[in-house]
Design a protein around this ligand. Structure first.
Ligand code: UT7
Length: 334
């Protein structure tokens, strides 16, 4: 009997505080018009000062577990994708989340793949489940990106937001529920395109590095933009062709929400209609690893995602990393 991995549920947490483009106009030399035209973002959410990545992640995870009809005792692996962990180095955010959810004595670890982290986590969960090693894997994409943004750098501070999304990936013998395919790739030749240089072994935490602002995210925006469009278009076409799926037959194209123009360019290259494409960029900005699960959750809560319907995911981020996935939603209808 073959074992398959099913995407059983989704949950998300959106912080209360809203930062609008008008607010940013007071902080840096920018305008609502520029941000809207170049990115599609109108506002983004910010976590409270005392709200950590794991706080947001635990809330999203509890919803995902409830919707899967599972308790903390059923989860046997916790994987958290984040580049804004509670603690740099250790402990992992996944272990902190496990504690908050009372998930005990199971494997828990973080994945560092920037914006591609959630789809990377999905591929890890699938491998564990299909090998028979785990039954119910909690995967999370959570970011407090505001904690690594330089609020004086208009090239980055207008883009990012905070939030969390989570899903439960469970074993099934029903092939119709199975994740169909996942591509996950990286190219380390582009390390400096999108980077937070410190703290780390290259640039340890010290006053000189702090004074130089190396703890903040740095991005070569325009070059990253061009690579994202080129790479994602190729990758998404390949995953559809490999699985003999026509883009027109995908009801839900759920891309990483980094820039509306990237989403539109990739969607146009695939011939995606607007009603197939899930957009949250206008209200959440780029929430890195949280962006795809937050978008899936929005669709789900709006009643737009039904059991058995196909989702096409694509994402691109620091590393550089990129990933795409085709899978049916195997959860209960909202
Ligand atoms: O999620 C991970 C992957 N990340 C991405 O995929 C992000 C990819 N990059 C982008 O989304 C875009 O490159 C940005 C939105 C970051 C920038 O848009 P762009 O169209 O690539 O602009 P640009 O960097 O080429 O800059 C064009 C102009 C420059 O001025 P000059 O040199 O033409 O006078 C910038 O200084 O826009 C200026 N500019 C701004 N103006 C007003 C840059 N940022 C701003 C700003 N407000 N916030």
């Amino acid at each position: 009997m073959s074992l398959y991995a099913a995407f059983r549920s989704i949950g998300a947490y959106v912080p209360e505080k809203i930062l609008t483009n008008a607010d940013l106009e007071q902080m840096v030399d920018t305008s609502d018009e520029w941000i809207t035209k170049r990115t599609g973002i109108k506002e983004r959410r910010l976590a409270a000062d005392d709200e950590s990545t794991s706080d947001m992640a635990a809330k999203a995870s509890q919803i995902a577990m409830d919707r899967a009809g599972l308790t903390h005792e059923d989860i046997d692996l916790v994987v958290c994708a984040t580049v804004t962990p509670d603690y740099f180095n250790m402990p992992s955010t996944a272990t902190v989340i496990s504690d908050k959810l009372n998930i005990r004595n199971v494997q828990a670890f973080d994945i560092s793949a920037a914006c591609s982290g959630f789809v990377y986590a999905l591929s890890v969960a699938r491998a564990f489940v299909e090998s028979g090693m785990k039954k119910n894997v909690l995967i999370i994409g959570a970011e407090k990106f505001s904690s690594i943004v330089d609020w004086t750098d208009r090239g980055t501070c207008i883009l990012f937001g905070d939030g969390a999304g989570a899903a439960v990936i469970s074993a099934t013998e029903d092939k119709s529920e199975a994740i169909i395919d996942i591509h996950a790739s990286a190219d380390g030749a582009y390390t400096d395109m999108l980077i937070t240089p410190a703290p780390g072994s290259v640039h340890p935490m010290n006053q000189a590095n702090l004074d130089a602002g190396l703890q903040y995210v740095q991005m070569k925006g325009n070059e990253t933009f061009k690579l994202a469009v080129k790479t994602l278009t190729k990758d998404v076409k390949e995953i559809l062709e490999k699985n003999n799926i026509d883009a027109a037959d995908i009801p839900h194209f759920i891309p990483h929400q980094a820039n509306y123009r990237i989403i539109k360019a990739v969607g146009d290259a695939l011939g995606m209609r607007e009603d197939q494409t899930v957009l949250t960029i206008h209200k959440y900005g780029n929430t890195s690893a949280a962006s795809i699960p937050m978008a899936i959750n929005d669709l789900y809560e709006a009643g737009g995602l039904k059991h058995g319907e196909l989702m096409l995911l694509d994402t691109f981020g620091g590393g550089l990393t990129w990933a795409s996935a085709v899978l049916p939603f195997a959860g209960k209808n909202a």
